[in-house]
Design a protein around this ligand. Structure first.
Ligand SMILES: NC(=O)c1ccc[n+]([C@@H]2O[C@H](COP(=O)([O-])OP(=O)(O)OC[C@H]3O[C@@H](n4cnc5c(N)ncnc54)[C@H](O)[C@@H]3O)[C@@H](O)[C@H]2O)c1
Length: 330
């Protein structure tokens, strides 16, 4: 199989590329990535010289992108602006990449008859006080990131209905694991704790998320790639949920640090209280989450301890956003 993976230099995309090249030694992957602040070719060092892997530095919004995509079976679109805090102070780039970029790739799919898999998020459903959303739930996003992703999902599904191109939409809960950019919640907590810096927690810290170890999500995408039913949306979650404050406390405990490193900061506007999704559809395809939160968190902490140079270089960069409080401009 020949795959185009967009955004493959980021967190989930790079884990996915390495997983696929190892599992299917005859598959070929073209990774198209603009290398924004979040893209990092160091994430792909292990496959850099693999003859089945190619890298193209390119923006998914470039109108000539179709000239670079010939004879591929599937486009898997991971490329996105993905950080909610950044979406609050710079929404335009989210609309551009997440909506227009997806549209631009859908056009390539349409013209060249290539199957399209959109990597989306549980955030498109918005907050739910109790219970969980299945794939039929209406979309109710709360911020420019989740609304851009929702817009992209709707376009993908419209291309299925209008042009009959083959599509899937995959909506996963929060991922964590190696190579996640340290602005995101879990790596921010781990790396700040390792540096004895404060751990910023929004509001009262009782915001609840479901967390999946990135490898489990890569396996889910693999299952959908091979067994997904055309035109279908699939939710992907471990169904394990925990509050932000509890995650921070667990990390501090595992690192032997004191809880007084926790600092409550002014809340993020439009902050969804709780996300939760049902995953019966993907379970019917034979997928199940394998790595529990304690194990996954332990593996993640170990990776950040062993790869200090990777994240210290990122945190020293001017583009690094330590948290919303310092950066939001009216
Ligand atoms: N991380 C999560 O918890 C999570 C959960 C659910 C869904 N998702 C979705 O999964 C996908 C990947 O997320 P991630 O956490 O790996 O993100 P990331 O921010 O780590 O990586 C995004 C990648 O996309 C690239 N990119 C950004 N704009 C681009 C453009 N215009 N053209 C080409 N490349 C571009 C970046 O350089 C980077 O390599 C995103 O679509 C995100 O919405 C993420």
């Amino acid at each position: 199989m020949k795959l185009v993976v967009t955004g493959g230099a980021g967190f989930i995309g790079s884990n996915f590329i390495k997983y696929i090249l190892e599992k299917y030694p005859d598959y070929k992957i073209l990774n198209i990535d603009k290398l924004t602040y979040a893209g990092n070719l160091e994430n792909l060092k292990e496959v850099e010289f693999n003859s089945n892997y190619k890298f193209l530095k390119k923006d998914i919004c470039d109108l000539d992108i179709e000239d670079f995509i010939d004879n591929y079976d599937v486009i898997i679109n991971f490329a996105a602006e993905s950080h909610v805090d950044r979406a609050i102070y710079q929404p335009d780039i989210f609309l551009k990449t997440d909506i227009f970029g997806t549209f631009n790739l859908l056009e390539v799919s349409r013209k060249k008859n290539i199957r399209f898999i959109q990597i989306s998020t549980d955030e498109v459903y918005g907050s739910i006080e109790e219970g969980s959303f299945d794939e039929k739930a209406p979309l109710n996003p709360s911020n420019p990131y989740s609304s851009s992703k929702a817009g992209a999902d709707l376009l993908v599904l419209a291309y299925f209905k209008t042009y009959r191109i083959s599509v899937n939409v995959i909506r996963s809960c929060n991922n964590y694991g190696p190579h996640q950019y340290p602005e995101k919640f879990i790596p921010l907590m781990i790396t700040n704790a390792l540096e004895d810096k404060k751990l910023p927690i929004y509001g009262d810290g009782l915001y609840k998320r479901e967390w999946i170890f990135v490898l489990d999500n890569c396996k889910a995408i693999d299952v959908i790639l091979h067994k997904g039913k055309d035109g279908e949306i699939y939710n992907v979650s471990s169904e394990f949920s925990i509050t932000n404050i509890e995650v921070a406390q667990k990390i501090l405990k595992l690192l032997g640090k004191k809880e007084d490193l926790i600092e409550f900061v002014k809340d993020r506007p439009g902050h969804d209280r709780r996300y939760s999704i049902k995953c019966e559809k993907i379970k019917k395809l034979g997928w199940a989450s394998e790595i529990d939160f304690e194990t996954g968190l332990g593996l993640t902490i170990k990776w950040y301890i062993e790869n200090k140079k990777w994240w210290q270089k990122i945190k020293e960069n001017k583009q690094f956003l330590s948290h919303y409080k310092k950066t939001y401009k009216k």
